[in-house]
Design a binder for this molecule. Structure first.
Ligand SMILES: [Zn+2]
Length: 113
């Protein structure tokens, strides 16, 4: 009996956007670790807390967790390092300092105002 070699179906051709920075395993691990850490921190805070300091920390952890998750999604989509506010590349220095950041300095400044 002769076997016909299985032909692999031609992969659907879809445009692959070139990410500004190649998704790298270290970054992915770093973000995944951060997500875990922030989730744990968030769970440690009670939902409704009248203590202003704890309440502020909780809000901070919540914001960071949201940003880390957004960064993970953007990494998967090949849009990591592009500002969600203005679609411009985020500076390498900023990404190095806050790898989960999703906005450039200008947009972060505007959001804080
Ligand atoms: Zn921006």
């Amino acid at each position: 009996m002769t076997t016909t070699p299985l032909t692999h179906p031609t992969p659907l051709s879809r445009p692959t956007p070139t990410p500004p920075t190649a998704p790298d395993a270290d970054l992915l691990r770093q973000l995944t670790d951060l997500e875990e850490t922030r989730s744990r921190q968030l769970q440690a805070f009670p939902e409704a807390d009248l203590d202003a300091v704890r309440s502020a920390r909780r809000a901070r952890a919540q914001r960071d967790l949201r940003d880390v998750r957004t960064a993970l999604v953007r990494l998967a989509e090949g849009r990591y390092g592009i500002c969600t506010g203005c679609d411009q590349p985020i500076s390498a220095e900023r990404l190095e300092a806050r790898c989960w950041t999703t906005t450039c300095v200008d947009c972060a400044g505007r959001a804080a105002r």
